[in-house]
Design a protein around this ligand. Structure first.
Ligand code: DQA
Length: 154
């Protein structure tokens, strides 16, 4: 795997994007998200590994695959954001930057969405930008590559 690779990980129900609660998540599909990510990454000569799973353990294993190699992780843990200590612990073991992305603004939604187990181990958090949040995270990671101390001196 190239150090120029960004891992994009998507949690449960995101396979239904486009048809699931479009008033909350919009009409773009997960395939549209992947196309957007690939287009933005290509602007910076970066490669993308794009995954989605409805299973917590599978997401933990994807994080293990990503933990030491690549430029960074962009993760939308979906509902596991609010429940999964296992995903938090896996992310805490990572040696590369992590951006947590939510399509919706979780802070203006139900109270149970206000707490994230992931944010405390993430480099940054993006919420409410729609699928553009994924593009924003990729752009930030492209800067991180040019500024290796970005993590230490934000
Ligand atoms: C989400 C927000 C979560 O609260 C929810 O469970 C999701 C999607 C988002 O992208 O806005 O499935 O992560």
């Amino acid at each position: 795997m190239s150090s120029q690779t960004i891992h994009i990980l998507n949690g449960p129900n995101l396979n239904l994007l486009g048809t699931r609660q479009p008033e909350v998540y919009g009409r773009d599909t997960l395939h549209d998200v992947e196309t957007l990510c690939r287009r933005v990454a290509a602007e910076y000569d970066l490669a993308i590994l794009f995954h989605q799973s409805n299973h917590e353990g599978e997401i933990v294993e994807m994080i293990h695959e990503a933990r030491t190699e690549g430029l960074g992780i962009v993760i939308n843990p979906a509902a596991y954001t609010h429940t999964s200590i296992a995903i938090r612990d896996a992310l805490a073991s990572c040696e590369i930057p992590i951006y947590e992305v939510h399509i919706s603004n979780v802070h203006r939604r139900e109270a149970f969405r206000h707490h994230s187990y992931v944010s405390g181990v993430a480099t940054g958090v993006i919420a409410g930008l729609g699928i553009e949040g994924y593009a924003a995270a990729i752009r930030v990671l492209s800067h991180a590559e040019k500024r290796p101390n970005f993590e230490l001196n934000p």
